[in-house]
Write a protein that binds this ligand. Structure first.
Ligand code: G4P
Length: 525
């Protein structure tokens, strides 16, 4: 097959974490290894730099948080690495969920002191749903934290995934000495203040007295007994089980001190999947097929009021994408070609002539694309698997300027297509309800409606707890339910029935009283 070499070299993944666990620091260290950046601190300042060089995210500038999701690509050891960045702020969790539909694997960063946190739990849920292979990096070993065995138990319990340590720490905090790299059977020693592994010795037999030449006898004894316990408790590492998403290998290190990062990367390129087959409604698409296919997983708005342009981020699922070649926009049944597709090499955005399965291309757009749209070399394919989750917060959206009703409706429609939030239309009174995962999104919507569409909106509180997509084979019961709950029934953007429950209690009662109705908390079921 023509492009198989290119495609097998690719590793497209996301690093996710609860804010502050060290995602940005780890990303930066990976970029340093790839030679994509040369000084530490470049990624951190990227949050500022991004807004300085483009006007994409005016809001970002104002609030100092990274709203954007972008791509960082670099070459490392004959592999092409594509890291998809995800917004750190949890109000933009939906963006992160969607980005996870475009990756082939994930690295989860966990802080040794804080353990599994709320955001990590949610993200892992998405990975589990999609069977995405996950590697865990336990960060901040230079600080005191939880006992590593306790943390592994916590990960298994809280994230509902089996784990398998592939490295093991030797002490922690100020006494942190390094790790035994189980995967490569070597001892990697750490010196505080040095930004790399200061000594690396192969020790295949952990019982060899050689170990005592490098670490104190009591630490050596502890390491031996820890490793014995690991071998006894955890199954041997098996790549296939990892690739199926059934087991997560675990590494320990310190991103800030660049310790354990290269080891993680070296193992990652060996075991992490290259682009995987993608399920479309019609059939499974293999990345090595010659014909180009891809889908839009993210739309990044240009916040400049004078140009309402966006960049649609397309994940290439198969074949080769070429500049200035006609591809079919399946939903529109229209051929389109792109004269300036961009790729994201390191931190630069540049025009590309070609890209392969696993890569992400950015297509300048003026409102043609919606999240989930398919582009293909001709075949009528529809990629699936971009679920909406029940929002956490709800507000009625009202028009505050009667002269601009049209603009408001257009703005709402386009922002929803971009995936900024979800729109529900009440079936009883026709009022529009916007659902989000965080307060910030309401502000983003109001700001963008005004600046990009010249429309003004007003929010009116509504007390709702959850949106549930409902279905049933029992038509009579469904009908009955919808009549009884008529004030709480809405349609989502695709015209599907959604029950908006006003409290957890009412929802539980409804589930109890209407046993033949299935209540779904995501739109994909
Ligand atoms: P995030 O993207 O997941 O939100 O986390 P980020 O990398 O920004 O890291 C959060 C904080 O944790 C930063 O400190 C960072 O320096 C620190 N950190 C990351 N890795 C390690 C590690 O291995 N050991 C220790 N001790 N700290 C680590 P900050 O004070 O918030 O920012 P800064 O002033 O250092 O930039």
């Amino acid at each position: 097959m023509a492009y198989s070499e290119e495609i097998r070299k690719r590793r497209t993944f996301a690093i996710v974490s609860h804010p502050d666990a060290g995602k940005t620091t780890l990303t930066e260290k990976l970029l340093l290894f790839g030679g994509a950046i040369h000084v530490a601190g470049a990624v951190k300042s990227n949050k500022i730099r991004k807004t300085a060089t483009s006007d994409w995210m005016e809001i970002e500038k104002q609030r100092g948080i990274s709203v954007a999701t972008s791509v960082m690509a670099f070459d490392y050891a004959d592999h092409k690495i594509n890291i998809l960045d995800t917004p750190g702020h949890q109000d933009f969790a939906e963006d992160t969920f969607r980005t996870l539909t475009a990756v082939d694997s994930v690295i989860i960063v966990i802080d040794i002191a804080k353990g599994v946190e709320a955001q990590t739990r949610k993200l892992m849920e998405v990975c589990r749903m999609r069977k995405t292979p996950v590697i865990v990096f336990v960060n901040k070993m230079d600080r005191d934290g939880k006992d590593p065995f306790d943390l592994l138990d916590e990960i298994e319990e809280e994230l509902q995934i089996k784990v398998r340590p592939l490295s093991w720490p030797i002490d922690m905090g100020q006494r942190f000495k390094g790790v035994y790299n189980i995967y490569e059977e070597k001892l990697d020693l750490y010196t505080p203040s040095k930004q790399f592994v200061t000594e690396s010795v192969e020790i295949k037999d952990i019982n060899s007295p050689e170990l005592e030449n490098h670490i104190d006898p009591d630490l050596a004894a502890k390491l031996r007994s820890d490793l014995e316990l690991i071998e006894g408790v955890y199954p041997a590492f098996d790549v296939e089980t990892y690739l199926k998403g059934d087991i997560a290998p675990v590494f320990f290190g310190s991103a800030l001190n660049n310790f354990g990062v290269k080891e993680l990367l070296d193992c990652f390129i060996k075991i992490a999947p290259s682009p995987r087959p993608v399920q479309a409604i019609e059939r499974v698409v293999d990345p090595e097929e010659e014909n180009f296919t891809g889908f839009v997983f993210k739309i990044h708005a240009n916040m400049d009021p004078n140009h309402r342009s966006c960049i649609a981020f397309v994940k290439i699922c198969s074949g080769r994408f070429e500049r200035n070649v006609n591809y079919k926009h399946v939903r529109y049944d229209k051929w389109m070609r792109f004269s300036s597709p961009t790729a994201f090499m390191a931190q630069k955005k540049e025009t590309v002539d070609e890209a392969f399965a696993g890569d992400i291309v950015g297509l300048p757009d003026t409102g043609n694309f919606k999240i989930g749209d398919t582009l293909a070399s001709g075949e009528n394919l529809h990629f699936k698997g971009l679920p909406s989750f029940s929002p956490e917060m709800f507000m009625y959206i009202e028009n505050a300027d009667p002269m601009k009703a049209k603009q408001l409706n257009k703005g709402i429609e386009q922002l929803m297509d971009e995936g900024v939030a979800q729109l529900f239309t009440n079936q009883f009174n026709g009022r529009k309800i916007i659902g989000t995962v965080g307060q910030l999104q309401f502000e983003v919507i109001q700001y963008r409606l005004l600046h990009e569409y010249g429309a003004q909106c007003r929010w009116e509180p509504i007390s709702l707890n959850k949106a549930c997509w409902i279905e049933s084979d029992n038509v009579e019961m469904l009908d009955n339910f919808m009549k009884r709950k008529v004030q709480y029934m809405a349609l989502d953007k695709d015209g599907r029935n959604v029950y908006l429950a006003d409290s957890a209690y009412v929802l539980t009662m409804a589930q109890h009283d209407f046993p033949d109705i299935r209540f779904h908390f995501t739109s994909e079921f």
